[in-house]
Structure formats: structure tokens, C-alpha cells
Design a protein around this ligand. Sequence first.
Ligand SMILES: [Zn+2]
Length: 292
Amino acid sequence: MGSFFDIQESLDSPREVSIDSYLDTLHGFKQLRVMTMMVVMLKMMVAIHAGYKVPDGVPEIRIQPGSDGSPAALANLIVVPEGFIDHCLGAAFAPIDRVVTSDFDLMWWSDELISVYGFAWAIAHEYFHLARMHWIFDANDGTRTQDVSLATERDADLCAIAMIYRYMQKHLSHFADDTTLRQAALYSVFWIVRSLPNASKAGTHLPISNRLRDMSIKLAMLREDPSEPPDPGAQLPATKERALYLRDCLVRCEQGYLELFPESESMWRELQIAYEDSPLRRAVLEWDKIGH
Ligand SMILES: [Zn+2]
């Protein structure tokens, strides 16, 4: 246990730095990669802000050098542990042509985009907690029930994957068709999320299998034309078709993951249950019960 003086020292030491200051500490290829991650992430934050008009503006993003863990949203600040940046940079992945089926060649793809879009997804998740005012569901003493916690986490996951898809659609639709882009969005985020510590035991997040399943269903619901409303009830044949090919894409991702990490616990059973439990219905709609 640390003494009072240790605690005081840790309180006084600068724990968070600006993105610029952090980039200045990096060199060479890593600096270039992190810079690309930050540029895309910041562009995405501006796009979210344009849609939500958060009164305090785009939250400040600060980096915590030398610390581990996941990003966290605190009032108008998003804190990103350096360890999470490294997690995105170092994520192992199966080659895209083993996972994403496409009638077109995938020459436009670069493997760097996994860290770029995966990181942007994680920070967008945090920003959506702020932009969609998830704190209003907290009790007066700042606590939140497990139901509210799970619903708000799911909402942030789903808004963030939708954001990644729309961003890719805007910037990459000259190179790839819609089917390919939706799979590429899921593929990018899979490698970042799959290897996160499973937080479901703490009761604050759903199991990773459910989170990935729900994101694949959200991607299926979104219409190609962003001005058209989503199709949560799968009324349109195209929605069902998308749900199937995205499910298959997720299965190929998991196959690739288990080939890379044969010792890790497989999600086959969980994924099977997750899809049986709610083919396009319950899980994603539960948010509506909470208040949107
Ligand atoms: Zn969250």
C-alpha cells in the first residue's frame, strides 16, 4: 500500500498529455501510424459533433503515457491510455481476403486501416456516451443500474460501428461496393474488440461475442442511402441478406482469430447462442425501452 506521499506525488504528476505532445515523443514509423490514427479519429469526432451539436464542442482527447486500460469519457474529456494505442497498433489479424468476400479486388485496402478504424471506433464509442447524454440515466448519486449500463454500452457500440461504416462509405465507395465496405467495417473493428479483456464478468459490458453480434446486426439494419431510416425489423429482403453475409464474415473472423491464437477460448458457442437469441430483433432494440 502506498504512503500518503506516494499518493500525493501521483496526484501532482502530469498524467495526461495533448495529442501533439504525445506525437512529439514518438519516432519513425510508429509516429506516422499514430498520426494517421489520430487524424482519422479527429475527423470522425467532428462528423459526430456535426450530427449532435454537443453544447461544449468536440471533447478534448488526451493521452495517458505509460498506462494501460481502455479509453474513458469524463465530462468533456476523453482519456486514452497509451497502452490502448499500442493495443490497436499491435492487433494481430487474418488477411482481409480470407475474411471479406468481394467481387472486386481488394487492392485499395491497407492493413494499417485495422488500427485506424479500430481506434476510431473505440474513441467514437466514448464520444457517443457524451453526445447521446448517457449520463442522464444515472441515479442522483452517479451510480447506474446494470440494465442501464448494458444498454448505454450497447448504444455506444452500435452508434460507433455505424459511424465507421458511414465514414468508409464516404471515403472508399469509389473503390469498393457496399457489401465489401460493410464487411470491412466489421473486420476492422473485430481485431481490436476480440482481443480486449472480456469485461462481461464485471457486469458493465455484454460479452464480446454479443457485442460483435450486435454490431453485425446494426450494420445489416443500416440502409445504403444514409438519408433512409434503418430497418430494425428486417422488413426489407436486403436487410436479411446483409445480416447473413455479415454473420458469415464474423464467423470467418473468429476462424482466423483461433488460427492465430489456438490456445484462446473460442466464441463459437457464444456466437451461436447470440444469433439464435436475436436474429435482428431483441438485443439491438432493447435500447428503445430505455428511452430513445
Ligand atoms: Zn462505454
